[in-house]
Design a protein around this ligand. Structure first.
Ligand SMILES: NC(=O)c1ccc[n+]([C@@H]2O[C@H](COP(=O)([O-])OP(=O)(O)OC[C@H]3O[C@@H](n4cnc5c(N)ncnc54)[C@H](O)[C@@H]3O)[C@@H](O)[C@H]2O)c1
Length: 436
C-alpha cells in the first residue's frame, strides 16, 4: 500500500519506519523542515532503540522518505495516518490545532479525487473529536463525503516510548473506530499480520479506550507507590506485598471488579478502607488514592439517585437490596442506602430480593437493617412482579435471572434504571444504565 504518515515525532516516525518494514511505500510528512532532513538522511528525528537502523534501511530502499509537502504526499497515497501532537493547554484541555491543520491540508489535497482514500487518526483525542471536528473539516475541505470514496477511522496508538518498535510489532491490541462501528478494509489490510485482540467499534469507544488505558496505567503506578509508602510506614516490605497482590490473577490482576455497575459495599471493603484511612491519619501519612475511594463510591451512589430523580416518578421499585448476589448481608449495602435515600426524599419504595429473608435475619445484620431502614417491613414485597406492578421507576440491582426476567416485563410509561448491567433490554418502557 502507499501510505502518508503525518507527524514525524515519537509515534509517527516509528509508525512510518515500521510500516515500511511491513512492505508498504511510506512518505512521512512533517511541518518541521529539520525533522524532514534528518529523516531523509536516514536517521531518526527522536531517540528510540532500533529506529535509526529501520529508517536508514527504509530510506536506502527508497520506500521511505519524508517531505513537508502534504499535497504531494496525499496525491501519491492510498491512506494517511495522522500522528501529530495533541498537547495540553495550560488549563489541561487538549490542543487540537495541529489536528485541524493537518486534516484541512489532507482535505484540500483530496479535492476532485476520484480514487478511494482513507484517513486514519492515530493521535490521542477525546470522544467526539473524530465525529464532530475531524469529519466535518475533512468533508468540507475535500468536498467529498465519508462513506463514499473517502473513509475515516480513529485507530488509537498503544506503543510506549523506549520499546515502541517492539510494541508496534507485538501490539497488545488493535482498536479501530469508524462512523458506523463496522470493519474498515484498509486497517484490516494494514494489521492483518498481527495476532492480537482486535475490536471494531464506533469512533467514541475507540477514542475513550485510549484514555481509559492511560488512566489505568497511571492509577496502577500511583497505587503501587501509595501501597509502598503505607508498607514502609508499617515496617513491611511493600514489594513482597505487591508480589502477593499481583500473583493473584483470579481476583486482582484480572477483569474482576472492572465492569461498570453499582457502588461497592458489604462488610469488608468499606470497613477495611476506613481502617487504612484512620491509620494513615494517626501517622500523618497521606494516602490520597485510598481516601478518594469512598468519595468516588459516594459519587456513584449520588449519580444513581440523580438518574432516578431526573426520571421524576414518585414510586420506586427496587429489585435487589443485599450488597451483592447470593448473600443476605445487608451491612453497607449500597442498595439499602439507596432505598433509605429514596424514602427520605419522600418517594414510596417497594423492595424484593430473592437473597433476602427477613425472618432469617439475626444479629448485626438485623440491627443494621433496623437502624438504617426502620420501616423495612412495610416496603418489602414477596415477588419481583409486585415490584414491577408498583414502580413508576424500577431499579435493577442484581444481574440475577428472576430479577432480570421481571425487569424485562417493563410496561409502557415505566422506567428501568439498570445498576447491574443486564445483557438484554426491555422492549417497551424507557431504559437507562449507569455506566453504559
Ligand atoms: N509519545 C507516545 O509514546 C505516544 C503513544 C501513544 C499515543 N500518543 C499520541 O500520539 C500523538 C503524537 O504524539 P507524539 O509524542 O508522537 O508527538 P510529537 O510532538 O513527538 O510529534 C508530533 C509531530 O507532528 C508534527 N506536526 C505538527 N503539526 C504538523 C502539521 N501541521 N503537519 C505535519 N506535521 C506536523 C510536529 O512537528 C512533530 O514532529 C499524540 O496525540 C499523543 O498523545 C503518543
Amino acid at each position: 500500500m502507499k501510505l502518508a504518515v503525518f507527524g514525524l515525532g515519537y509515534v509517527g516516525s516509528v509508525t512510518a519506519a515500521c510500516l515500511t518494514e511491513d512492505g508498504h511505500d511510506v512518505v512521512g510528512v512533517d511541518s518541521n523542515r529539520e525533522k524532514v532532513e534528518i529523516f531523509n538522511s536516514g536517521r531518526a528525528p527522536i531517540r528510540e532503540p532500533g529506529l535509526d537502523e529501520l529508517i536508514a534501511s527504509g530510506v536506502a530502499s527508497r520506500r521511505l522518505l519524508a517531505t513537508d509537502d502534504s499535497v504531494a504526499a496525499v496525491e501519491q497515497s492510498d491512506a494517511a495516518l495522522i500522528c501529530v501532537g495533541t498537547p495540553s493547554r495550560p488549563d489541561g484541555s487538549i490542543e487540537l490545532d495541529h489536528i485541524r491543520t493537518v486534516v484541512a491540508d489532507i482535505g484540500r489535497a483530496l479535492r476532485g479525487r476520484t480514487t478511494p482514500f482513507t484517513v486514519i487518526l492515530r493521535s490521542t483525542v477525546l470522544p467526539g473529536t473524530t465525529r464532530d471536528i475531524v469529519l466535518p473539516i475533512l468533508e468540507s475541505a475535500s468536498g467529498l463525503t465519508i462513506g463514499e470514496q473517502l473513509d475515516l477511522c480513529f485507530n488509537p496508538e498503544f506503543l510506549r516510548e523506549g520499546s515502541s518498535i517492539k510494541d508496534y510489532r507485538e501490539p497488545p491490541k488493535i482498536v479501530v473506530g469508524t462512523d458506523h462501528g463496522k470493519q474498515n478494509a484498509i486497517t484490516d489490510q494494514l494489521y492483518a499480520q498481527f495476532e492480537c485482540p482486535r475490536t471494531d467499534t464506533v469512533f467514541e469507544v475507540a477514542e475513550l479506550a485510549k484514555y481509559v488505558d492511560n488512566s489505568w496505567h497511571a492509577l496502577k503506578v500511583s497505587f503501587a507507590n501509595e501501597m509502598g509508602r503505607l508498607a514502609r510506614d508499617l515496617g513491611v516490605d511493600g514489594r513482597e506485598v505487591m508480589t502477593i497482590m499481583t500473583g493473584d490473577t483470579k481476583l486482582n490482576i484480572s477483569s474482576r471488579y472492572l465492569r461498570p455497575g453499582f457502588a461497592y459495599g458489604g462488610s469488608c471493603l468499606p470497613k477495611d478502607i476506613a481502617a487504612l484511612q484512620s491509620h494513615a491519619q494517626s501517622r500523618d501519612l497521606d494516602l490520597p488514592l485510598i481516601s478518594a475511594i469512598p468519595m468516588s463510591n459516594e459519587e456513584h451512589l449520588q449519580s444513581a439517585m440523580h438518574l432516578i430523580e431526573d426520571l421524576g416518578g414518585d414510586k420506586v421499585g427496587l429489585l435487589g437490596i443485599t450488597f451483592k448476589s447470593n448473600t443476605d448481608d445487608l451491612r453497607n449495602s449500597p442498595f439499602l442506602e439507596l432505598a433509605r435515600r429514596l424514602l427520605d426524599s419522600g418517594r414510596e419504595v417497594r423492595v424484593f430480593d430473592p437473597d433476602f429473608d427477613p425472618q432469617g435475619l439475626i444479629g448485626a445484620n438485623l440491627a443494621f437493617l433496623r437502624e438504617q431502614l426502620p420501616s423495612f417491613e412495610q416496603i418489602l414485597v414477596s415477588s419481583p412482579d409486585e415490584v414491577m406492578a408498583f414502580g413508576d421507576i424500577v431499579v435493577l440491582g442484581k444481574n440475577d435471572e428472576p430479577l432480570v426476567d421481571a425487569a424485562l416485563k417493563l410496561g409502557p410509561g415505566q422506567h428501568l434504571v439498570d445498576l447491574a448491567g443486564m445483557s438484554v433490554r426491555p422492549v417497551v418502557g424507557s431504559y437507562v444504565g449507569i455506566g453504559w
